[in-house]
Design a protein around this ligand. Structure first.
Ligand code: FA5
Length: 376
């Protein structure tokens, strides 16, 4: 490094480098050569570039604003560490004119003392705070319980429904919530002009041009078709899941509901099997004494069709539609309706939850009011 007049003589730094001697097989070993200094090492061609008093004041002000130990540590490294401006300036002192060296040296040592004193004050302050924190800690206080989440009441009821059918040998399947119009309606004998479509209006999705129409399923009954298409009897399944309807809400109607489909297909199944299964289910969920009402109902995909209601202080509440699988559907699935018959049901899980817990307005379930949800 060239050294002109007034330039600092600074500590020698060398890097080791193996320089190969092309004439020697071994090569010359270590050759020492000077390297460029990192910027923190100040050269004093201009002594005013040494740490200035304003910088010291500035650093001390910054330190006073710190409250975390790790920030104070970082401050110490920056202002008093080996690579700090202060240490670089002290190292560069030797390069100053003898006439100025003493005065500048004094100034730098004062700066070092001020920075060190400020650091000591800050460390004492942090230590005092730690001690105070510990003193205010009462280890005999009871612990604060962690807030525990819980299952939504509809999830709980859905699980109870699944458990009731599981004891009767039904297994669980799931199907898509975004459904083809074919499975939701046509395959269930609900063509485009059928009045049943009015009672099951829903939300349609734009698909690519020419693609089959998609919608949010209005019930879990499409699962019947999807499963029968790929399986032979005997069948005994339940299919829980969300369904959607484009309809006004009131105390017993929501636009998004949870249903559970039930399907059994086997040789010789009759309406008696359907009734027995649903009674057994109702006993599981509501106990022995709750009144149950069967009435005729109409669904295009069953023959005959029924609905089941449960008694409540507000009168009968319908919880499900059911019936014997329509013979035309069995035939469409490749079964012989003379040999195999089946029953199916679609249960409304929200209505079942209302009846179990005495809730009079279905809309409470999805308002996300924790005061309501915490009760379950
Ligand atoms: C159906 O959805 C048929 N898929 C049921 C079925 C399945 C019949 C298999 C025959 C064979 P329904 O629209 O009635 O039927 O609905 C069935 C149950 O879902 C109702 O009894 C009710 O408990 C619940 N449910 C239907 N719509 C709503 C709604 N908007 N709000 C709350 N619960 C509803």
């Amino acid at each position: 490094m060239p050294r002109g007049a007034g330039e600092a003589r600074v500590a020698s730094y060398y890097e080791k480098e193996i320089r190969r001697d092309p004439g020697s097989a071994v090569g010359a070993p270590f050759v020492r050569r000077p390297v460029r200094f990192p910027s923190a090492f100040v050269t004093v061609s201009n002594p005013d570039s040494l740490l200035a008093p304003e910088e010291v004041a500035h650093a001390i002000a910054a330190l006073r604003g710190l409250s975390e130990e790790r920030d104070v540590d970082a401050w110490r490294t920056q202002h008093l560490g080996r690579k700090s401006r202060l240490m670089g300036s002290l190292r560069a002192l030797g390069g100053l004119d003898r006439s100025r060296r003493a005065a500048v040296g004094r100034r730098l040592n004062e700066a070092k003392a001020q920075l060190g004193a400020a650091l000591a004050d800050k460390q004492a302050e942090l230590k005092a705070r730690r001690t105070q924190d510990l003193a205010s800690l009462d280890v005999s206080l009871p612990g604060r319980p962690l807030p525990l989440g819980g299952l939504h009441p509809i999830t709980r009821t859905e699980r109870a429904v699944v458990a009731a059918f599981a004891t009767m040998g039904f297994h669980v399947i799931e199907g898509p919530e975004v459904e083809l119009e074919y499975y939701n309606f046509e395959a269930l004998r609900i063509p485009a002009d059928h009045p049943a479509r009015d009672a099951m209006d829903t939300f349609y999705l734009d698909g690519p041009d020419g693609a089959a129409p998609l919608l949010l399923r209005t019930h879990t009954s499409p699962n019947q078709i999807r499963y029968m298409e790929g399986h032979e009897p005997p069948i005994r399944l339940i299919a829980p899941g969300r369904t959607y309807r484009n309809e006004a809400t009131d105390a017993t109607h929501e636009w998004m509901i949870t249903q559970t489909e039930v399907l059994a297909v086997d040789r010789g199944l009759t309406l008696a099997h359907l009734k027995g299964t649903l009674y057994e289910f109702a006993r599981h969920l509501f106990g022995e004494d709750r009144e149950i009402r069967f009435r005729c109902d109409y669904f295009p995909f069953v023959e005959p069709g029924v609905e089941v209601s449960i008694s409540s202080p507000d009168g009968w509440i319908e919880i499900l539609g059911a019936g014997m699988v329509h013979p035309e559907i069995l035939a469409n699935m490749g079964y012989d309706p003379e040999i195999h018959t089946g029953f199916a049901a679609g249960l409304g899980v929200e209505r079942i939850a209302m009846l179990r817990h005495g809730i009079r307005d279905i809309r409470r379930f999805y308002e996300n009011d924790l005061r309501f949800l915490r009760q379950f």
